[in-house]
Every structure is written in structure tokens, then in C-alpha cells.
Write a protein that binds this ligand. Structure first.
Ligand SMILES: [Mn+2]
Length: 449
């Protein structure tokens, strides 16, 4: 295959070799050649935009302050050699875009481990790198454990389930006692990826060596499984959502990843080959979280990863048929009813639609089958912002807003106590539906004016 791949693991290793070679031959800076400076690992972002170069130095000063100074000098020297290094990477790997380089000291070396031990002894958690461990470190943590329980978030979607299952299958290949702990209903269209990984009854499970959280960083989103998660000797989190600093023993979080499945893929590169079933699970995670590669989170790296998954054996049309061409007639009926009542406003640049409990009951549809309606409304020509307001089973009002980019719907949602992304946000409120809709008409029209 002639395809140039710049997937995280492989390209990282190639960059590491090039820099090591340059340190030996081309780079003359005494700050880098005098001491025992080496590159231990290069972690390339899945989308190929940047790479973090982890540096180690042997024989630094015993005096902590002097050692810090030496480290600063080494990083400064790498910064000044950056132009040369990037030119070499571009020339040798023939990449269209040479990744931006960041240099950092490798905290995973003996020195780092020592510091981590001291910090954990005094009850502090090591921050990890940029708040996150590298995929390789995550792979090492998984390798060290034997009994591993993996926790997707409640109301599972393709990404959380696909990531969890792929990881579980991979770990079972390695002889681990791995399980996906999930007592929530799995949507029928993604149930085919489950592959015997899910344990719904977790009441009698032994405590694991490692509890793994996927596609979520808040344990309260585990519902009744929160205690089971906390029973793990150590904890690990793999997530791509924007949230506060995750507080686990190991964190692999990257807001720029299109799906948690991309992060699991990066870890898998250090754990062994993916089976077709595992690749299929990751593929489902990626297509569902990118809206079939249509959302703005989709990158060249996303396509590189899926290209590899297809090479492993995933059949895109087979998976698409299972995931998307299996809509229940009740959902279509519900959508028809909701869309029939849609109301355009702000000169056709915005649209509002409402669903009552009665409509849901008349259609015979399920609550989760309202998914996609807000996107469908936004999909109309001339529309920037869509608002889908519905009554919940709990008696509250839930609003989902989507925009093509003119209106920051996250900001609007925050005004109602909710949140989200610029183009997709929502909130739940105790306000009456009519008042919510009035407020939305006014705020959205003002934002579009
Ligand atoms: Mn996700």
C-alpha cells in the first residue's frame, strides 16, 4: 500500500528515530550533545497536527534547582533546533503537513516514577503529561493488570460501547480477565458489536485490579455501577469530552480526538493486533461520533484510522446497514409528527419543533428515538439554528439546539443551565414548555439578528 499513514504510534516511532539520528549527527548544540540527552518517545496526535517529543537526560545535577535549570536549557536547545528537526521530518517522511513539535521531559523514567511514588504517598495524584498519560503508558498500565473491568457511560452510544468492547476483546487476546460492566439497555442497532463482552449483573463480580472508564470522565454518569467502578485497585480513564481535570490513576484524555475509539486505537498500537471484531467495534465508535465523517471533529487522522480498520477487515457497507438502515417504523412515525409541527422563525434562519408525551405515545416510539431530530431540522437550506423542545418522562422540559456556526448554541444553553458545544448543545429545565419556546424564539432571533 502506497498510502502514507501518519497514525499516532507508527509515525511517532519514525519521528523518534529521526530525532535520535539528528542528535548523533547533525545537531551541534553543546546543550544537547554534551550531556546524555535522548528521546524516549514521540506521541503524535491522531490527526497529524502535532507531536510531543519526550526527552530524557541522564546524569543531571543532584541539586534539584540546578537539575531544573539543566532541563530548561535542554528544552530551549530543542526549541532552537526545531526548524532543522521539522525540515528533516518533512523531507524523510514526505509528509504533506509536518506536525508541530512540542518538547517535554519524560516523567515515566525512573526519576518520574520516584516522584510519582512520593506524590501518591502524600495523597497527591501525578498530573500526567498535559493532564494526560501517553497511549504507551496506558498500554503499560493495562498490561500490568490481570482483572480489568471496563465501564461505558449510561445510555450507551456507539462510541462508548465500541471503545469498551474493542478494549475488552484486545485484553482477552492477551489473556486478561476483561469484562464490560453495563446494566443499561444497548440500542438494538449497535448490539451486534457486543461480542459477549458485556456483564449486566455486576453484583457478584470480584474487585478488579483496574477499573477503566471509557468515553466519560465523571463516575456519577455510571449510575448504579459507581461503587463497582470504585472497587478497582487502580483507575484509568479514556475520554475525549471537554470536562474538568479527570482525577484517575491513569488518564488518556484528548479533546481533539473525534471519538474515544480513536484513543483506544492509539493504545491498541502498543498492545497487539486488532481482531476484525475489535476493529468493527472501533469503526462503529468513529462513524457514530463523527456523524458518518460529517461533523467538524473529523480529521485526516480519523480517516487514516478508519482506513486501517478497513484493511483489518471491517466492511463499511455491512456496518452502515446494521447501524443506520434499521430504523424502527415507530421512530419514523414520531419524526413525521414532530417535523409536521415545525415552525420557522428569524426570517427562515431558525426552526423550532416540539414533542409532547402524547405524541411519543401515539407514535409508539421510545425516548431515545428522538435522537437525530434536532440535526434533521438544522439540515434545511437557509436554516442556521434548530431547537427541538420535548417533554421528558420525568416531567421536565428538554431542549436540544444545533447550529451551522452562526449561533453559539452552547452559550445559549448555558443561559438555561445547560451546555455543550458551539454547534450542538442542550439543557433541561422545570420551566413550562411554552415559556421555554418563547424564550428560545427570542434569544435565537436576537443572536441571528
Ligand atoms: Mn464519544
Amino acid at each position: 500500500m502506497a498510502r502514507k499513514s501518519y497514525r499516532g504510534g507508527r509515525i511517532g516511532e519514525e519521528i523518534r528515530r529521526i530525532i535520535s539520528d539528528l542528535l548523533l549527527r547533525e545537531i551541534k548544540d553543546p546543550r544537547l550533545t554534551g550531556s546524555l540527552v535522548s528521546v524516549s518517545e514521540v506521541s503524535a496526535a491522531a490527526d497529524g497536527t502535532f507531536a510531543t517529543v519526550y526527552v530524557t537526560m541522564l546524569g543531571s545535577s543532584a541539586d534539584a534547582e540546578a537539575a531544573e535549570e539543566e532541563k530548561k536549557e535542554v528544552l530551549a536547545a530543542f526549541e532552537s533546533a526545531k526548524g532543522l528537526i521539522r525540515r528533516e521530518i518533512g523531507a524523510r517522511l514526505q509528509m504533506r503537513y509536518t506536525p508541530e513539535l512540542r518538547f517535554a521531559f519524560d516523567t515515566s523514567e525512573e526519576y518520574g516514577r520516584h516522584i510519582e511514588r512520593i506524590m501518591s504517598d502524600i495523597g497527591m495524584k501525578p498530573a500526567g503529561r498535559n493532564g494526560s498519560h501517553s497511549p504507551k503508558q496506558i498500554a503499560e498500565a493495562l498490561t500490568e493488570a490481570q482483572r480489568i473491568h471496563i465501564f461505558p457511560h449510561e445510555k450507551p452510544d456507539g462510541d462508548t460501547l465500541g471503545s469498551a468492547v474493542a478494549l475488552c476483546l484486545l485484553l482477552r487476546e492477551l489473556g486478561k480477565d476483561a469484562l464490560v460492566v453495563l446494566d443499561d439497555k444497548i440500542p438494538e442497532n449497535i448490539a451486534f458489536i457486543e461480542n459477549g463482552c458485556v456483564a449486566a449483573d455486576f453484583s457478584a463480580l470480584p474487585a478488579p485490579d483496574l477499573s477503566v472508564l471509557v468515553d466519560v470522565a465523571e463516575t456519577h454518569r455510571l449510575g448504579a455501577r459507581e461503587v463497582a467502578f470504585a472497587s478497582g485497585t487502580r483507575t484509568l480513564c479514556i475520554d475525549h469530552h471537554v470536562s474538568g481535570k479527570p482525577d484517575f490513576d491513569y488518564n488518556l484524555t484528548d479533546e481533539d480526538a473525534a471519538a474515544s475509539a480513536e484513543l483506544v486505537y492509539a493504545v491498541a498500537e502498543h498492545l497487539g493486533p486488532l481482531s476484525v471484531a475489535a476493529a468493527e467495534a472501533l469503526y462503529v465508535g468513529i462513524i457514530t461520533d463523527t456523524g458518518r465523517f460529517c461533523y467538524s471533529n473529523t480529521t485526516a487522522g480519523t480517516h487514516d484510522i478508519t482506513a486501517d480498520l478497513i484493511e483489518i477487515g471491517v466492511e463499511p457497507s455491512k456496518v452502515a446497514t446494521l447501524v443506520y438502515d434499521s430504523v424502527r417504523p415507530e421512530k419514523i412515525r414520531l419524526e413525521t409528527m414532530v417535523l409536521a409541527g415545525m415552525e420557522m422563525f428569524a426570517g427562515g434562519k431558525a426552526v423550532l419543533a416540539f414533542m409532547s408525551r402524547q405524541m411519543l405515545a401515539d407514535a409508539g416510539a421510545l425516548d431515545e428515538e428522538t435522537e437525530g431530530i434536532a440535526e434533521k431540522l438544522r439540515g434545511m437550506a437557509g436554516v442556521d439554528t434548530s431547537c427541538f423542545v420535548r417533554e421528558t418522562a420525568e416531567g421536565t422540559i428538554k431542549a436540544s439546539m444545533r447550529s451551522k456556526g452562526l449561533v453559539n448554541v452552547a452559550q445559549l444553553a448555558e443561559g438555561f443551565g445547560g451546555g455543550g458545544h458551539i454547534r450542538a448543545a442542550g439543557f433541561t429545565t422545570d420551566m413550562p414548555a411554552a415559556a421555554v419556546m418563547d424564550a428560545l424564539r427570542e434569544k435565537v432571533a436576537a443572536a441571528l439578528a
